[in-house]
Ligand binder design. Sequence first.
Ligand code: DON
Length: 307
Amino acid sequence: MRTPIPDYLDELMRDCAGTRGGNVADYIPELSKVDPSLLSVAVCATNGHVYSVGDDTAKFTIQSMSKPFVYAAALEEHGLKRVLEVVDVEPSGEAFNELSLDDETGRPLNPMINAGAIAVNQLINGEESPVPERVDYILDFFSRFAGRELTINHTVADSELEHVDRNLSLAHMLRSYDVIQDDAQDAVRGYVEQCSIEVDVRDLAVMAATLANGGVQPVTGERIISASVARQVQAVMASAGMYDAAGRWMTTVGIPAKSGVSGGMLGTLPGQLGLATFSPPLDGKGNSVAGARIFRRLSQDMGLHLM
Ligand code: DON
């Protein structure tokens, strides 16, 4: 006997399986090898029930969906005041890999764009941590969110590091404004390895549900971050998680969300749900085409729009 949620998710996935358009990211060569037809959806309720359909065991790198969680780690470790000295909370309205710095302070406009995430990465594990220890700290932190031991896909990380001029240039600019002190290569390595942590769609839904649940992992019951940090992170996701598509996303879908160039997308419904999708083809702004369609449907069918 099936419960209504899996039946609904099955129907939703079947309806969206034929979604056309979009291209798999190829600026990280290793990502272009993925099967573009992979598709999965997962939902985790704040009571810890997880439902998933489709290719829900397919692993992919977390990419930019790491940014809210590393921001959370920095807020937990240093408090909002210190983190705000490094990165602001304003939407940039620009693409994820634009510099988008505040004119006066040189701070990146928010932690969801690459410049902001590179700046936040170096706050982790003490501000002068060697990169491997910093990355271990992040891996352990993410594993607590997922409720299982995650690993890094070094093949993807190395592939990105061979084509990383754009992020290196962001790191050099951040150094020139004294926002980061790391050597640019180190700053980018720490950030790229954080992006290369491997997850599946169920991990993402549980991680998102931990944010939605005010910082308590709904399956293990562990409090990982404070309620105020969970709120801060979701508020920034709401205004900046979808980059230059953030305004349209918030008006049409109305769910704080974060996308990644691997094709994953996660969303949070505070107090209720963590949502996640995986489908590799991306639109021009780097967001999964089928993932966005599934989120739109979920929002409409289940009345999830926050407004
Ligand atoms: O820095 C990059 O370009 C990638 N590691 C992550 C970018 C990303 O996921 C943007 N999101 N849609």
